[in-house]
Design a protein around this ligand. Structure first.
Ligand code: ACM
Length: 679
């Protein structure tokens, strides 16, 4: 019997603010929310007898997926479900109609139906892709309850909104070993992302073995690259999880690492060294020499055979053309061929590379710089400089992906990534035919400040919000609901082996040399790394700089500061409850009292000395907040001198301190602004 409507956000056409229909309607803790769900009465219990049965079409990948589900469930519950035993009578029935494509194809059916009752679970799908997704939905629904580990009864009918839901990882600026890639593929599977875009080459490293041009990895990677066997292993691992792997070899710019061994590819004579700094650099391939295309043809042939996916990314971004301007040979080529400027020269290069990519049986993809008059229509445009290029591309007959707004390296809150929609902005005005060319989007993990140690916390949990944007109905937009479910997903991802939470405490432990991290964590919990691209302008960094400071350890988004901001919203609006006032005072007192505890410890470690002024400043910010709360509660005016001096102090505290932001200061500033004007 259906006792309640689905969680309102789970229904595509329901208002996000509608009240649940009945008292039992606890929102489903799923991310991404399914396209359709109906909650039922009761729950399915998970105990040591839990067992799975496969019906219909079968293949080894399904059995492996079942074992993986049991492993995660065993970790989460502590119940030894992953042991091999025939004790259990199956209660989880998986019915698969038929196979999926041998090489996973864009736009394959990923739908599934999951029916959970108190007695049994039935998961059905046209092919294994839907089964994989349905298993993740089941895992997300499990929770500890007074009755043990249970899964609420529900009927889910689900399919994705967009067929291309990706995560790009840059392994050039900081190399990421295979195990890091694998655990992040596990995270992608958990939130139903289906494309791993592997940014394999850039100025700072060429990261894959090329038997044809071994100088690429031998001289261009400092020894940090993947063997072809390792690449195959990752591709198989991804396929097991319903994830395509699209390689990117960035050209004609962002290619210095190629030139270390093959300087003749560049537009100026060498020698070249692997780039160690961050930014945009001048070296670029020479688009006027046939030898350049012969090399590219041979390399793409080799890589097209290694990577089975139908799509092949050639980058194309940020070529500044300075080497082209400075080369008399290139200038005379442009003159002879009536190529008017560098954009036209890059378009010429793009056309020739596209022909090579097509000859090797692949569809080319490039960053939005490749969108030029004359660019072949089957090139897929990845929009990063702004969403407008996506709408422009779709109008011009090109297919495209949105990444503008999904740059998770910029350290922005999950809400900022949750808002941009591939069919938002100008794309909302496209015809249905044009809109159908918008395939989805990709989160991008550029790795200037990302190491194997902290990469998980830069990707998760915020990427789950992007995954929801790309999977769930467009009407799913409630930010509070997103944050509530993001917290659940973040916790669950730990059972998949992701280290986005544990790396934080481990890194704090390094900073204190094993001493108690409690006080350092109080500070870390309310600061964030500076936003956007500012970090590189505040301090000198290169690829050898240790990323072992507080800025590298703390999550990009402070959950405590976000919750404090909501308390301050309520207090300044006059709607805060007594409990909210108490919570605000308790936090401010904690932050105020932390400094005397922390100061002596900070001085003991070279990694934390720089935090001494920040800790003192947090203490004073908190003291201001406590004074403001007292005055607000008593409806008293502040002393004018005090208010003037503290407002100016708070303003200064909102600016970057070193490379960190005090995320409490803006909220305390708002409390002071709210105080009655004296007199
Ligand atoms: C890019 O961020 N340069 C594509």
């Amino acid at each position: 019997m259906i006792v309640t409507a689905a969680h309102p956000q789970a229904v595509p056409d329901a208002s996000a603010h509608a009240e649940p229909a009945g008292p039992a309607a606890k929102p489903l803790q799923i991310m991404p929310l399914p396209s359709h769900a109906e909650q039922q009465q009761g729950s399915f219990g998970i105990d040591g007898n839990f067992a799975i049965a496969f019906e219909g079409y079968n293949e080894p990948r399904l059995a492996r997926a079942g074992e993986r589900m049991l492993t995660v469930l065993a970790r989460e519950t502590g119940i030894p479900l992953d042991r091999h035993s025939s004790a259990g009578k199956p209660s989880f029935f998986i019915h698969t109609t038929g196979p999926s494509e041998h090489v996973q194809r864009l736009g394959e059916d990923e739908s599934y139906r999951l029916e959970i009752t108190a007695a049994a679970v039935h998961l059905t799908a046209p092919n294994p892709l839907g089964i994989l997704h349905g298993m993740q939905t089941f895992l997300q629904l499990g929770t500890i309850s007074p009755q043990g580990f249970t899964v609420p009864a529900v009927i889910v009918d689900d399919h994705p909104r967009f067929p291309w839901r990706g995560l790009m990882i840059d392994v050039s600026r900081h190399f990421q070993p295979i195990e890091v890639i694998k655990r992040n593929l596990d995270g992608m599977e958990a939130v139903k992302l289906n494309v791993f875009h592997w940014h394999l080459s850039d100025n700072q490293g060429f990261r894959v073995e090329s038997p044809k041009y071994p100088g690429l990895q031998q001289k261009g990677s400092a020894g940090l690259y993947y063997s072809q066997a390792e690449v195959r292993e990752v591709i198989a691992y991804a396929r097991d999880r319903g994830i395509r792997v699209v390689p990117e070899f960035d050209m004609p710019g962002h290619a210095t690492a190629w030139f270390v061994a093959y300087p003749e590819l560049a537009s100026a004579s060498g020698p070249y060294a692997i780039e160690t700094r961050w930014g945009v650099f001048d070296p670029a391939m020479d688009p006027t020499r046939q030898a350049t295309y012969t090399f590219i043809d041979s390399l793409i042939g080799e890589m097209a055979a290694l990577f089975p996916d139908a799509y092949f990314h050639i980058g194309g971004d940020e070529c500044n053309g300075k080497q082209w301007d400075a080369s008399p040979a290139i200038q005379s080529f442009m003159h002879e061929h009536a190529i008017a400027n560098n954009a036209a020269l890059q378009a010429y290069f793009t056309r020739r590379v596209q022909q090579i990519v097509a000859r090797h049986g692949k569809t080319m993809e490039g960053w939005d710089e490749v969108l030029n008059p004359g660019t072949p229509q089957d090139v897929v445009i990845q929009s990063w400089r702004g969403a407008q290029s996506l709408a422009d591309a779709a109008r011009g007959g090109y297919r495209g992906l949105l990444s503008a707004g999904y740059y998770i390296d910029l350290g922005l809150p999950a809400a900022d990534h949750y808002a941009p929609d591939p069919l938002g902005g100008d794309a909302a005005r496209l015809t249905p035919e044009q809109q159908a060319r918008i395939l989805g989007g990709e989160a991008t993990m550029w790795s200037e400040f990302t190491t194997p140690e902290n990469i998980d916390s830069r990707i998760w949990p915020r990427t789950a919000a992007i995954a929801e944007r790309l999977w769930s109905p467009q009407s799913v937009t409630d930010v509070q609901s997103m944050y509530d479910r993001l917290a659940v997903v973040s916790h669950k991802l730990e059972y998949y082996g992701l280290q986005h939470r544990t790396s934080y405490t481990a890194m704090l432990g390094r900073m204190t040399g094993g001493a108690d991290i409690t006080a350092l964590r109080v500070l870390g919990d309310v600061v964030e790394p500076v936003k956007g691209y500012t970090r590189g302008s505040l301090k000198n960094y290169d690829s050898a700089t240790p990323l072992n400071r507080l800025v590298d350890a703390v999550p990009p988004e402070s959950d405590v500061a976000r919750r404090f901001r909501i308390l301050v919203d309520h207090i300044t609006a006059g709607s805060a409850t007594a409990e909210e006032w108490r919570q605000a005072r308790e936090w401010l007192t904690l932050w105020h009292d932390n400094d005397p505890e922390l100061q002596p410890q900070l001085a003991q470690s070279e990694l934390t000395q720089e935090l001494i002024p920040l800790s003192a400043s947090l203490s004073r910010v908190a003291a201001d907040g406590l004074t403001a709360l007292d005055l607000l509660a008593a409806r008293k005016s502040p002393a004018p001198e005090w208010q003037r001096s503290e407002l100016s102090f708070l303003k200064a505290s909102e600016a970057p301190q070193g490379v960190l932001l005090n995320m409490i200061a803006p909220s305390v500033h708002r409390l002071l602004d709210k105080l009655q004007q004296p007199g």
